[in-house]
Design a protein around this ligand. Structure first.
Ligand code: PEP
Ligand code: MG
Length: 300
């Protein structure tokens, strides 16, 4: 089967109406670039930056981050590389950030919440992203967003960083800013969020955990961690509808994005980007292609 799937590596899958469905890779380090390219990834839909922060004894410098993001951007240009800003909490401590002891770290000080409280951590990352954007198609997305204020505060910080770089005579370029939709709050305000961001990426791993109120790491409630539960599918559909109506790109980067049994539903809802582990890419391309052929008059 693996051999037969290789035929789909360079396919650019389209929806029946001709819209390209971008099948992108989820990556956590530069070491994975080659595997993603080998698989035929149309860019990166989620670059998790946590590893970069966990690998070092100190917080990674702005220069090291700029170099890392630029390497990614160059490797996949002209396809986009969506870098997610630091998404870490008390369950995964890193040196350089003191996390408080929390009863429920998954409901606590993590992701964008932590970053906005720690501009000394967040600003070097945003500056690095602005600098790397010169070298390719960088997009940036924020994790764990639950309110418009978080998007606005981040935008203000980005502007501040751009001004600094300007004053320092350092090359930079602006980038599209999007959000992960992975909290029920973000789903409920999706129509408003869609007016202020360039794209949505649905994080089904956390969205399922928070919609179902079932810890994603707790085996006792594993049965509830089901993306096909009607409550979760309804949340995905609401998000897609809000994004499509506002005319912004809606993608998905949770595990569900690579599931052949669910891809038809997601494409039907209007998602145009699916990001997954490189090993799922060819199968996903085959799956989308099968949909496109249904309505293709020219038989391409
Ligand atoms: C998600 O929550 O669906 C997601 C893609 O992010 P992570 O698994 O890194 O939380
Ligand atoms: Mg998540």
């Amino acid at each position: 089967e693996k051999q037969a799937l290789r035929a789909y590596k360079d396919i650019i899958p389209k929806r029946a109406d001709g819209t390209i469905i971008e099948i992108a890779a989820n990556l956590g380090s530069l070491e994975e670039i080659e595997a993603a390219q080998e698989a035929g990834a149309m860019g990166v839909g989620l670059f998790r930056t946590e590893l970069l922060f966990m690998r070092h004894i100190h917080l990674p410098s702005e220069d090291l981050q700029a170099e890392t993001y630029a390497t990614l951007a160059k490797a996949f240009a002209p396809y986009p590389v969506i870098v997610r800003t630091l998404d870490i909490g008390g369950d995964k401590p890193i040196s350089g950030i003191d996390f408080p002891d929390e009863e429920n770290p998954f409901l606590g000080w993590r992701g964008i919440r932590m970053c906005l409280d720690r501009p000394d951590v967040f600003k070097p990352q945003l500056r690095a992203l602005l600098r790397a954007a010169v070298h390719g198609n960088i997009k940036v997305m924020l994790p764990m967003v639950s309110g418009l204020d978080e998007v606005r505060a981040t935008r203000a910080l980005i502007e501040e960083c751009a001004k600094e770089l300007e004053a320092e005579n350092k090359a930079y370029a602006t980038f599209d800013l999007g959000v992960m939709v992975e909290t029920p709050a973000a789903v409920m305000i999706a129509p408003m969020l869609a007016k202020e961001v360039a794209f949505f990426s649905i994080g089904t791993n956390d969205l399922t955990q928070y919609i179902m109120a079932a810890d994603r790491l707790n085996p006792t409630v594993a049965k509830l961690n089901d993306v096909t539960h009607p409550a979760v599918m309804a949340a995905i559909e609401l998000t897609a509808k809000a994004g499509v109506e506002a005319g912004i790109m809606v993608g998905m980067c949770g595990e569900a994005a690579g599931r052949p049994d669910l891809i038809p539903a997601f494409v039907g809802m209007g998602l145009t980007e699916l990001s997954m582990s490189p090993s799922s890419i060819q199968r996903a391309k085959k799956c989308v292609l099968a949909l496109g052929q249904v309505g293709d008059q020219e038989g391409k």
